[in-house]
Design a protein around this ligand. Structure first.
Ligand SMILES: [Zn+2]
Length: 389
């Protein structure tokens, strides 16, 4: 096993100091796929760093194929940004942008990204799936470097620079795992429709199937070019050359602001089990116990409940629980109904209320704070799920 530490400058600060991305590359004893794993692009979502530590520990003791680039704390601007006791979460406080929405959509750069012309430029009869895959990775890297050059004359915004650097680092990968967490959340993942059949090999209790579309996130930014390759090969009658092996997932490892080393062992087992399914581990891998049933649902059935009234909320249903139609999701307190003209005893019951769940659904996320304004997210639930295994 070969181990390398790599550093990529990401931002110089007004005092002259610099922020860097620190990457750790492990190369196995035999050839195999390249895997890109990053964590904490959202600064408060830290559990993935504990999982990276466990994965590196396992791979330092067990033989594997291929290579893995680990980028823990992949957003130094976010993780170093504290507000009181809390870590700045999903949004850059300077730009207001969500840190996981600034990746480049290659399709937006039609002057650079032209998969049809690229395929037509190959001597197709001399190609096989593996050579197409290798050359396409090189082509993606070349396109991203040209995009960087195109955007650079007036300077790169800090959001674009961070996301483009990560996207370039992932451009040579066969598998991308972007480690996040929810606010107060179950363990779940996002998988594109293109890999709906494959996701059962990644044993998470909940999977949200997202459309094959670009909406700014890392998983979409990395899988959409491969979806385009499949579509283009099909349109040219060259389906037989489609490598169809790329996979990219966003893994949500519980709740933000938490490092839990015992749960990290289980999270690591889920990922090692997936590696085992993909032939990356050379020896047999056995989890300490079998994994729970895996449920999937569509993004369109992933419903957000917004607070109908501002107040102080108590969350009744916990992440991972099945809520039954009509059951109490949460309760709130709001003192505004108290008026001098009314009797206190008569008005007090109106100072609290309940929100009920409208359909049977699994609770995926709830707000981590009890202090909520009208219109803020209280819960996210997944309706109409099915079993994957
Ligand atoms: Zn996140």
């Amino acid at each position: 096993m070969k181990f390398e530490r790599l550093q990529y400058p990401i931002k110089t600060l007004p005092n002259g100091d610099s922020l860097n991305l620190n990457a750790f590359r492990l190369t196995g004893s035999a050839s195999g796929p390249h895997i890109h794993i990053q964590s904490s692009v959202h600064g408060a979502e830290v559990q993935g760093n504990a999982v990276i530590l466990e994965l590196m520990d396992y791979l330092s003791k067990n033989e594997f194929r291929g290579s893995i680039t680990f980028i823990p704390t992949a957003n130094p601007m976010a993780i170093n940004n504290k507000s009181g006791t809390f870590t700045q979460g999903r949004f850059n406080p300077h730009s207001g942008n969500n840190w996981n929405r600034n990746y480049q959509n290659l399709e937006d750069h039609t002057d650079i990204f032209q998969p049809k012309s690229w395929i037509e430029s190959l001597k197709v009869l001399e190609e096989d799936k593996n050579s197409i895959k290798k050359k396409y990775k090189e082509y993606l890297k070349e396109c991203l470097n040209k995009i960087k050059e195109k955007l650079s004359p007036t300077g790169l915004s800090e959001d674009i620079k961070l996301n483009l650097t990560l996207q370039l680092l992932a451009s040579g990968a066969d598998i991308v795992l972007d480690l996040h967490t929810g606010p107060k959340a179950a363990r779940y993942l996002y998988a594109g429709e293109y890999c709906e059949e494959k996701v059962k090999d990644l044993p998470f209790p909940f999977t949200i199937i997202i459309p094959n579309e670009f909406a700014g996130a890392m998983d979409e930014a990395t899988f959409m070019p491969w979806v385009h390759l499949s579509r283009t090969l099909k349109s040219l009658g060259l389906e037989n050359l489609d490598p169809n092996q790329f996979e990219s997932y966003t893994l949500e490892l519980g709740s933000e602001e938490i490092i839990d080393s015992s749960l990290a062992l289980r999270d690591t087992e889920r990922i090692l089990s997936f590696f085992s399914q993909r032939g990356i581990l050379r020896g047999k891998f056995h989890p300490t116990s079998s994994f729970e049933p895996q449920r999937a649902g569509k993004l369109s059935d992933y419903k957000t409940y917004y607070a109908p009234i501002g107040g102080l909320y108590e969350f009744s249903l916990k992440p991972g629980e099945l809520g039954h139609k009509g059951q109490t999701l949460c309760k709130y307190i709001n003192f505004s109904p108290l008026k001098e003209s009314e009797g206190l005893q008569e008005a007090l019951p109106r100072c609290s209320g309940e929100i009920k769940i409208l359909e049977n659904a699994y609770v995926i996320n709830h707000n981590p704070s009890a202090v909520i304004s009208e219109g803020q997210t209280i819960y996210q639930v997944l309706e109409k799920t099915w079993l994957l295994n």
